[in-house]
Design a protein around this ligand. Sequence first.
Ligand code: ATP
Ligand code: MG
Length: 445
Amino acid sequence: MRLSRYFLPVLKENPSEAQIVSHRLMLRAGMIKQSSAGIYSWLPMGFKVLRKLENIVHEEQVRAGHIPMLMPTLQSADLWRESGRYDDYGQEMLRIKDRHDRDMLYGPTNEELITDIFRSHIGSYKDLPLTLYHIQWKFRDEIRPRFGVMRGREFFMKDGYNFDLTKEDALHAYNRHLVTYLRTYERMGLQAIPMRADSGPIGGDNTHEFLVLADTGESEVFYDSAVTDLTFGDREIDYDSVEQCQSVLEEFTSKYARTDETHDEALFNAIPEDRRRVARGIEVGQIFYFGTKYSEAMNAVVQGPDGKQVPVHMGSHGIGVSRLVGAIIEASHDDNGIIWPEGVTPYHCGIVNLKQGDAEADAACDALYASLTALGLEPLYDDRNERAGGKFATMDLIGLPWRITVGPRGLKNGVVELTSRRTGESEELPPEEAVKKVAEIYAGL
Ligand code: ATP
Ligand code: MG
């Protein structure tokens, strides 16, 4: 993409409405624009990051055998009356009437709708196990929408639902989701720690929230610092293996890590004092096993091997895709702007032309652009007639992890400059070497 043809409405001033850095930077970097309280338009740069996160979530879900689909945003109130949640959900639910005076709602989550789909088509244990998911906009009329996309009213969420014959099978599905989530967040350059959580209005006893540590997080968390040493890395997992998924769960959840809702002072104090941490975190996902709560209320039963009809065991598993954009920025920025992890960056590499209009510099930039593109990478080329200082400030603000700077002086010596956004370190090298290096960095991501 050439910046001269793009739509990147960068703000020079700090917007006064933004209280936290991710909100401020998303507005300044032209990623979002508020349309009303807690509701945002995703401008091209923001949309690109959102799509990257969505793709990572899809890839990791499909890898585990989970099946993507798409359910609507608007739902009929009748299903929610069946489960009893129409009245329970309270004012967070946006209720709407259609022209025939029928009660509708903008879905805050999808347990009822998916259970209805399941019961309409599945009647035998032979069709289990089954995990269906979608990534769709949700609406919750939050009492205090704030922090930009972190606590919006309309937000983008992956929600997946497992259907199993037995509790044992459903717990395997739970563990399998935990594994997929660990991989997902790591690919986004994040450490998200599974913490034992409270099950809230959905009900059930097995639930973990995934938290990214950040001072601006809304949850208070208590943990053994040893949990922050754990990484999933590039290990291969057989998602059908009960033992493998179980052992990952044990490895990542046996150390003390809890939110304030489930915090236990006595257990916490049993951790060696130098490893006790009290901090804040951003909830970026949650997994639940809730058994037969919905299948019983909504009569989602299957015929078991013994011929008897039994309600299926279910769980639901969410990832806050739009909140993650903010969470990644909270975890990765400096005074000059965003620093995107390579796995989620909107463009792989910036190209800054120090002397636009200079025939040689222009040609070198065009050649770099063509080589990077030919390798399947997406460069963002600042080809505007601007001062170098302004171009650097924009690149730093939008946070592309790598920048190639091209100027007449370097070209005389046959070199361009490759700069890391994270470390600020630069290296001079021939243009083709710079391209090779950038390609190597992204190989396998
Ligand atoms: P919270 O406690 O933050 O209100 P929740 O526990 O009610 O969230 P879940 O039902 O677990 O939310 O939804 C799954 C994920 O969706 C959450 O882990 C979070 O990342 C994201 N999410 C929930 N509410 C919002 C919101 N208002 N804005 C943006 N993302 C949200
Ligand atoms: Mg939650």
